[in-house]
Design a protein around this ligand. Structure first.
Ligand code: PEP
Length: 252
């Protein structure tokens, strides 16, 4: 029986003001009664203010898709934690594979961004995942463990409550090819052990999300896995009915 606690929408560079209206209306009408599921929507920066003004009820939080590791200054095109917080942002995606691949974000940069996020009091959603070649070579866990350890370096135990890990196999992102529930659970179980080793008992409770072509029709079986606590949803978060169905699947 699915019992996931966190579902995060990543709109990427999609959406417009119209979508903020239709999505917030759909979430308000259909999901304001969900008791157990926290929903976070990460729109592009330009839509954060508008979405925040429409999603004013407690169960919906606003996330950003990226943040600067710097606090202020001459960093053209960047946005700081404080600037995001001023608009009600409380979650930040860190180390998404598209940032790693297309914008050359290294493990060190991901770590700096994660530290900046949690030190500002926001929740860092740290993304890790192997590509197809790495999986085919049998290196899935090696790659995922290296990314996770690097991203979590120097993170004090008292900040662990502000960290979410999202396992997102790169070969499953936007491809329609999903990890099987067993493949995902296998990596999640190992990530759970890694979290407990670093943070102790609190590691048992840190949310572990799965992302990669989660859809309305496969969400329930993924969320039913022991160590899958929710999902990071890309494409399917752009259509109200699909996203609502995924959130309902999380509720069980
Ligand atoms: C993502 O970009 O984080 C993602 C999981 O995308 P999709 O759901 O489209 O695979």
């Amino acid at each position: 029986m699915p019992n996931a606690s966190l579902v995060i929408a990543n709109w990427k560079m999609n959406g417009n003001r119209e979508l903020t209206k239709t999505m917030s209306m759909a979430l308000r009408e259909k999901l304001s009664q969900l008791q157990k599921v926290k929903i976070v929507v990460c729109p592009p920066f330009t839509l954060i203010s508008e979405l925040a003004s429409q999603c004013y009820y407690d169960d919906i939080a606003i996330g950003a898709q990226n943040v600067s590791e710097h606090t202020s200054g001459a960093y053209t095109g960047e946005t700081s934690t404080t600037q995001l917080q001023e608009f009600g942002v409380s979650y930040v995606l860190v180390g998404h594979s598209e940032r790693r691949q297309l914008f050359a974000e290294t493990d060190d940069k991901v770590n700096e961004k994660a530290l900046a996020t949690v030190n500002a009091g926001m929740t860092a959603v740290i993304c890790v995942g192997e590509n197809k070649a790495q999986r085919d070579e049998g290196n899935t866990w090696k790659v995922v463990a290296e990314q996770a350890k690097a991203a979590l370096a120097n993170l004090p135990k008292e900040k662990a409550g502000k960290v979410v890990l999202a396992y997102e196999p790169v070969w499953a992102i936007g491809t329609g090819e999903t990890a099987s529930p067993e493949q995902a659970q296998d990596v999640h179980a190992k990530l759970r052990t890694l979290l407990v080793e670093q943070f102790g008992a609190i590691g048992e409770k840190m949310p572990l999300l799965y992302g990669g072509s989660v859809k309305a029709d496969n969400a329930a079986e993924l969320f039913a896995q022991k160590d899958i606590d929710g999902g990071l949803i890309g494409g399917a978060s752009l259509k109200e009915s699909d996203f609502v169905a995924i959130c309902q699947a999380a509720q069980g």
